[in-house]
Design a protein around this ligand. Structure first.
Ligand code: F6R
Length: 624
């Protein structure tokens, strides 16, 4: 969580830092700040409790001229409440060493105790502030007094103090640090939290992710854990935490910055819902035919022989990606391949039971989710092969996994995941199809029909989206409800979970997703007259039982909105219907989730919620 930026160059430093923070706000948005230094070593630091827009206004009232380096931060609170005092940047006692941080310093209480004992004064409740004081201590131990130091020694001394400070820190961190005495260098370091350097001409950038500076450069270098970047105007040097210089390759990012803008939609979430046909198309393109051949080998090194060799598949993921994982389990089991799906944060003991023959599939839009990364490390420690499904090139997950299958959805900015979920599903269907065909679970004509069903999905998504107005009307009718139930069965049960998660996240109402068959074992007791119940009931083997479960809920007063197709509509009796184009049952999740996303969106809109930045959340969850 939290977004950090850094800049050095001759352009408008404050504007660049603030613009970067606006693009990183999806990572956290409860407070923010920047600090910049000018060539005469004057430091300007501004922080606010609240959004980056407020910071922007504050800085505009007293513009800083001539700043040539600086750092910025947008926060998702971990230690200390969201407030101006706890907002980053944080400084040492002198107010000259300035730190922004994403992550958690696990030993901060020990460090703080020692620092307090040697006379340091703290101004915040954060773990981050200790870092500034530890650097201050290291500067002291190098016998540095800012005014007395030779100018050619500023950079080596700052670097060495920073490097020595890093050795004291335990936990996860991405750091961007300036020292007012040394405006010609910004230092950055990474340990378990994402950090990327952008390479410009006569200017360079630091950020938690590339969207912060894509407007200025697409040439980037991803830091690995245990690496430092010494960022100057005309170049960047990389080192290990031991101080050894490392040569690093830059990569060119294909996304452009307009892909991360709203394009006429009121919210990113709505824009991203509308981009789902394209997400599926892009994820499938060139990877589908022939199913079961060596098509994935060139891209991800997974040959048909390797695909045949796994004895089971274990999915791990969090949140919405976990719902994709649950559908993955159903698909693989459908083809007779043993599969399980676990929430990454609850995986710990299960990892020990993995055999070498297990393929672990870790699904993560960001590729930076700490729980997922931790579970991946545990799986690797017992010798499992890890395949990552992710949307983010260069993310930590891509570097830790043995194989990577990218979803090509473009940047997802709305905190509530939509198009990334469809991309994850497309990738899972693709993988399941290749596994099934390679292992003989699909004959060649069945494989062809499976591929045809998938290729139709983008068009069917467009047809589903055409019902937006109708869905909006139904949603508005329920805008004042405080409780919602979502039910389904079999391959759509995870969609019921996803429908409930979407509405919880962006409307702050209570919602439950249930396997329809479980309702009678307890949860049916919560139904009251008029309670909205969304039932996902397309044609297929689950339909008759679903129709019965819907009757049971109606008999207790539930107001049922049924997600059906033309055929299943004849079987299901509901007060309202959302009718989707028909496809085979196995493929229905690729469509049924869309009305639930739109439903959640329009309930949140009617409630005037902050849809793209819901309270208490952050897009990329880099803490455990
Ligand atoms: C919900 C949502 C989250 C994420 C979860 C995992 O809309 O976005 O539940 O799905 O935090 O994130 P990634 O996929 O980045 O690992």
């Amino acid at each position: 969580m939290c977004g950090i930026t850094g800049y050095i160059g001759d352009n408008k430093t404050t504007d660049i830092l603030i613009d970067g923070l606006k693009r990183l706000e999806y990572r956290g948005y409860d407070s923010c700040g920047i600090a910049v230094v000018d060539a005469k070593n004057a430091l300007y630091l501004k922080r606010v409790s609240g959004r980056v827009d407020a910071l922007d206004k504050l800085v505009a009232q007293e513009p800083v001229k001539g700043a040539q380096s600086g750092v910025g931060h947008t926060r998702w609170a971990t230690h200390g409440a969201p407030s101006e005092d706890n907002a980053h940047p944080h400084t040492d006692c002198s107010g000259r060493v300035v730190v922004v941080h994403n992550g958690i310093i696990e030993n901060y209480l020990d460090l703080k105790e020692k620092l307090l004992a040697s006379g340091h004064k703290f101004k915040s409740e954060t773990d981050t502030e200790v870092i500034a004081h530890v650097i201050e201590e290291k500067l002291k131990s190098l016998h540095v007094q800012e005014k007395a130091i030779r100018s050619d020694m500023l950079e080596p001394v700052f670097f060495e103090a920073f490097r020595r400070a890093l050795a004291e820190l335990k936990g996860s961190f991405a750091l961007s640090v300036i020292w007012a005495a040394c405006p010609n260098m910004v230092l950055a370091a990474r340990m378990y939290s994402p950090l990327v350097v952008g390479l410009g001409k006569g200017e360079n950038f630091i950020a938690s992710d590339v969207s912060a500076f894509l407007k200025y450069t697409k040439r980037v270098v991803f830091l690995n854990d245990g690496e430092i970047a010494a960022v100057k105007k005309d170049g960047v040097d990389f080192y290990t935490f031991q101080g050894k210089k490392v040569a690093k390759e830059s990569v060119t990012i294909q996304w452009d910055s307009t892909m991360a803008e709203k394009g006429g939609y009121k919210h990113f979430m709505l824009k991203e819902i509308h981009e789902q046909a394209e997400s599926v198309e892009n994820t499938l393109r060139g990877r589908l035919l022939p199913l079961g051949g060596n098509i994935l080998k060139a891209e991800m090194g997974l040959s048909a022989e390797a695909i045949k060799s796994f004895s089971s598949v274990q999915f791990i993921a969090c949140g919405t990606a976990y719902h994709a994982a649950l559908i993955g389990r159903v698909l693989f089991e459908n083809f007779g391949i043993p599969a399980s799906a676990d929430v990454a944060s609850e995986f710990t003991d299960r990892a020990k039971l993995l055999g070498k023959g297990t393929l672990v599939v870790a699904i993560s839009q960001s590729g930076e989710t700490a729980d997922t990364l931790f579970a991946v490390r545990e799986a690797k420690a017992v010798g499992a092969t890890v395949l990552a499904i992710t949307n983010t090139v260069g993310s930590t997950l891509t570097r830790e996994a043995d194989h990577v299958l990218y979803t090509h959805c473009g940047p997802e900015i709305g905190v509530a995941s939509t198009k990334a979920f469809l991309g994850q599903l497309a990738a899972i269907y693709l993988l399941a199809g290749h596994f099934a065909a390679a292992r003989g679970a699909l004959t060649s004509s069945e494989a062809r029909s499976y591929a045809e069903n998938l290729l139709k999905v983008p068009r069917l998504i467009e047809e589903t989206l055409a019902q937006e107005k109708e869905i909006a009307k139904i949603a508005q009718g329920f805008a004042s409800s405080e409780h919602f139930l979502f039910i389904s069965r079999h391959v759509n049960y995870p969609i019921a979970l996803e429908g409930a998660l979407k509405i919880k996240e962006i409307s702050y109402v209570h919602a439950e997703g249930y396997p329809a068959g479980e309702m009678k074992h307890g949860p049916i007791a919560i139904i009251y007259k008029g309670m909205p119940l969304l039932a996902v009931a397309p044609s297929g083997r689950a339909l008759d039982l679903m129709a019965g479960n819907i009757e049971e809920a109606k008999a207790r007063g539930a107001e049922v909105v049924a997600i059906v197709d033309e055929d299943s509509r004849k079987t299901v009796k509901a007060s309202r219907y959302i009718t989707l184009p028909k496809t085979e049952e196995l493929f229905t999740p690729l469509l049924t989730v869309i009305p639930l996303q739109l439903f959640a969106y329009y309930v949140a809109l009617a409630k005037k919620c902050d849809i793209d930045k819901p309270r208490n959340l952050a897009k990329s969850v880099t803490v455990r």
